[in-house]
Design a protein around this ligand. Structure first.
Ligand code: HEC
Length: 143
């Protein structure tokens, strides 16, 4: 339970242009999660097609499976990789994957392997990478 200045919006409200997330450090996870949805990541990373042992299909599940969680996919689970290291994007497997500098497995979104339904997804844009990096480096807060 988060106490403090920032009202936590509960519920399904799909806010657009959420603002800067003032009052807490770093951008909101909601902005990061928006990058994963729409089939780009969640086409492969969901409860049914549980590729990489990772479910990014809902906001809360994605957060719970990313932040501070040791990787458990077929290629990256062996080495000491953590999906999101709060405060350190460069050390985060998630960020390494979407910038294609990982030392294990494939870059994300994966589109070279035998992989519908999410195949063909576009790489993250510079703006999206900035959102993701700032969110992680800002502490990967759950807001
Ligand atoms: C076409 C299917 C597909 C899509 C689309 C896809 N992935 Fe993956 N992902 C995989 C597979 C398969 C693996 C496991 C192999 C590997 O690590 O390279 C994986 C592994 C991962 C891992 C490592 C998990 C672990 O614990 O080892 C992360 C993080 C990840 N994906 C993030 C993403 C993100 C973020 C996106 C969207 C930008 C995305 N993926 C899109 C198929 C996909």
């Amino acid at each position: 339970m988060v106490l403090g200045g920032c009202a936590v919006a509960e519920g399904e409200g799909e806010g657009e242009g959420e603002g800067e997330g003032e009052g807490e450090s770093g951008p909101a996870f909601d902005d990061t999660f928006a990058i994963f949805s729409g089939g780009r990541c969640d086409g492969c990373h969901n409860a049914d097609s549980f590729q990489g042992n990772l479910d990014l299909s809902t906001r809360d599940e994605a957060y719970a499976e990313l932040v501070g969680v040791v990787a458990s996919g077929p290629f990256c689970g062996q080495a000491p990789h953590t999906r999101v290291v709060a405060g350190d994007a460069d050390a985060s497997l998630l960020y390494q994957k979407v910038t294609f500098v990982m030392d294990c497995g494939l870059g994300m979104p994966e589109h070279e392997g035998p992989g519908p339904p999410g195949g063909g997804a576009e790489p993250l844009t510079d703006d999206e990478l900035t959102i993701l990096r700032d969110w992680i480096n800002g502490g990967a807060a759950d807001h």
